[in-house]
Design a protein around this ligand. Structure first.
Ligand SMILES: [Zn+2]
Length: 68
């Protein structure tokens, strides 16, 4: 039955394309997260990186996270 085989191949290809797209989207997600919110700064106490708008400025161009 060539038609059945063709249908199975088509379904397999459709699934494979779906998986590849999902992997590519997952790989691209951290990049968009980093560019979102603009400038990243790091806490001078623990060194954790956070968006500048979420950081607390302690002056002299230095920032701290909300835990310090
Ligand atoms: Zn900190």
């Amino acid at each position: 039955m060539p038609l059945l085989r063709l249908a199975i191949i088509a379904a397999g290809l459709w699934l494979a394309i779906g998986i590849v797209r999902r992997i590519m989207r997952a790989g691209a997600a951290p990049k968009t997260d980093l560019s979102y919110g603009g400038k990243m700064v790091n806490c001078e106490v623990c060194g954790v990186y956070l968006p500048e708008r979420e950081a607390i400025s302690v002056g002299d161009g230095k920032f701290r996270c909300d835990k310090h």
